[in-house]
Every structure is written in structure tokens, then in C-alpha cells.
Design a protein around this ligand. Structure first.
Ligand code: NAD
Ligand code: FNR
Length: 175
């Protein structure tokens, strides 16, 4: 019978797949597109994120993965108020605005905002907005995982969703 590798052996093992192969594979996982915003002592900031998912419903918690090299990282490190604004089918331009090398002024000038209970910016025409407080932060590799407790939800009816798949946007409409 083959013995289990010792911890030291595991730690020195090379990565199983290279970065590009990983990204190519990940590009086949369809994901909702979100503009994640914050405000507070670290200032107002926002970025586009597809690495968002549900964690548990007691307490209602979702997670957001944020690259520590992103321009918004310091603001998200200092602030605990976060709003996950899931984009509607007509908002791919806003995704590109918050997902490219633009200033925060340029990003927020691209849409209309209100202020959530927690103080985070809420996108007026979002499909759904999750107003959250960060409950825990975990660093893994290049990213921080932000666990966010949901204080309030705002949902719009009769509006299509936006999905990122195969490095492009796809519009979804319910029958
Ligand atoms: N989780 C992330 O940080 C993440 C997710 C999606 C896109 N992006 C960024 O958006 C840009 C365009 O992405 P694309 O999908 O058109 O092409 P891509 O080839 O850069 O990425 C393909 C897929 O790989 C994953 N990915 C990409 N960069 C990653 C990273 N640094 N960490 C973890 N997963 C990552 C995502 O699932 C992405 O959809 C790139 O600059 C990319 O880095 C980052
Ligand atoms: C469709 C799509 C999806 C994502 C991104 C981009 C795009 C276009 N980006 C990258 C992130 O939005 C990007 O780092 C910043 O908005 C632009 O970089 P700077 O803020 O200027 O560093 C991104 N970054 C991240 O840390 N987590 C994520 O889940 C995603 N997802």
C-alpha cells in the first residue's frame, strides 16, 4: 500500500497546473458580475468581482475574493461596510469601468448611487444589492477572502441578469 506523503514533501511539491491552464479552466465557470463598493475611514472605492458566492444563511453570509494588488485594496482593508451590487443585463459597460485602470471618480461618475444602512454605496439600477458588514478576512495566496454578513437586501423585479463566461458577457432573461 502506498504511504501518505509527509507534510514536508507536500510543501515542496510543484504546483499541479500552471497559472494560464488554471485561468483557461476557470474561464468556463459562468459567474454573476458584481460591482463591490465600500465607504468609510479608507474612503469610497469599488471594483468589479466575479469571485463572489453564498457561504451560509445563518447568519446570512457571502464571500468576496479581492486581489491584494488591486488599487482598492487599502480602502477595503480599512472599511467594514461593503455593498455587493449584482449587475443587470444592460450594465456590462459599468463592469468594464470598475474592472479597468480607472480612477474612483471616473468609476462612480458612471452610475447613480444611494447610501446603504451600513454606509456603503448602493448602485441604483442593480439587479440585487447586498448591504454587508465584513465579519472576517482570510488571506490565501494573492487574494483576501472577505466574509460579509448581509444586513439588508434590495432586489429589482422584472430585470435580466448578466453573466461572465468564456471571457465575455452574456445577458440572461427569465422566461
Ligand atoms: N478572482 C479574480 O481576481 C478575477 C476574476 C475574474 C477576472 N479577473 C481579472 O479580470 C481580467 C480579465 O479576466 P478574464 O476572465 O477576461 O481573463 P483571464 O484569462 O485573466 O481569467 C480567466 C478566469 O480565471 C480566473 N482568474 C483570472 N485572474 C485571476 C486571479 N488573479 N486570481 C484568481 N482567479 C483569476 C477568473 O475566473 C477568470 O474569469 C484579468 O485581469 C483578471 O485577472 C480577476
Ligand atoms: C469581469 C471581471 C471580473 C473580475 C475582475 C475584473 C473583471 C473585468 N477583477 C479585477 C478587478 O476588477 C480589477 O483589479 C480592478 O477593478 C482594476 O484594477 P485596479 O483597481 O486599477 O488595480 C477582479 N478582481 C478581484 O480581486 N476579484 C474578482 O473577483 C475580480 N473579478
Amino acid at each position: 500500500m502506498k504511504s501518505q506523503p509527509q507534510l514536508r514533501e507536500v510543501l515542496t511539491m510543484p504546483p499541479l497546473v500552471d497559472k494560464q491552464s488554471f485561468r483557461n479552466a476557470m474561464s468556463t465557470l459562468a459567474a454573476a458580475v458584481n460591482v463591490v463598493t465600500t465607504d468609510g475611514p479608507g474612503g469610497r472605492a469599488g471594483f468589479t468581482a466575479t469571485a463572489v458566492c453564498s457561504v451560509c444563511d445563518e447568519p446570512p453570509t457571502l464571500l468576496v475574493c479581492l486581489n491584494r494588488g488591486a488599487s482598492v485594496y487599502d480602502a477595503f482593508r480599512q472599511n467594514d461596510s461593503i455593498c455587493v451590487n449584482t449587475l443587470a443585463d444592460h450594465q456590462s459597460d459599468l463592469s468594464n469601468l470598475f474592472g479597468s485602470k480607472t480612477t474612483m471618480e471616473q468609476r462612480f461618475a458612471g452610475a447613480t448611487w444611494s447610501t446603504a444602512v451600513t454606509g456603503a454605496p448602493v448602485l441604483e439600477e442593480a439587479l440585487v444589492s447586498f448591504d454587508c458588514t465584513v465579519s472576517k478576512r482570510v488571506s490565501v495566496g494573492t487574494h483576501d477572502i472577505l466574509f460579509c454578513e448581509v444586513a439588508n437586501v434590495r432586489h429589482q423585479d422584472d430585470i435580466g441578469g448578466l453573466v461572465y463566461f468564456d471571457r465575455g458577457y452574456h445577458r440572461l432573461k427569465s422566461e
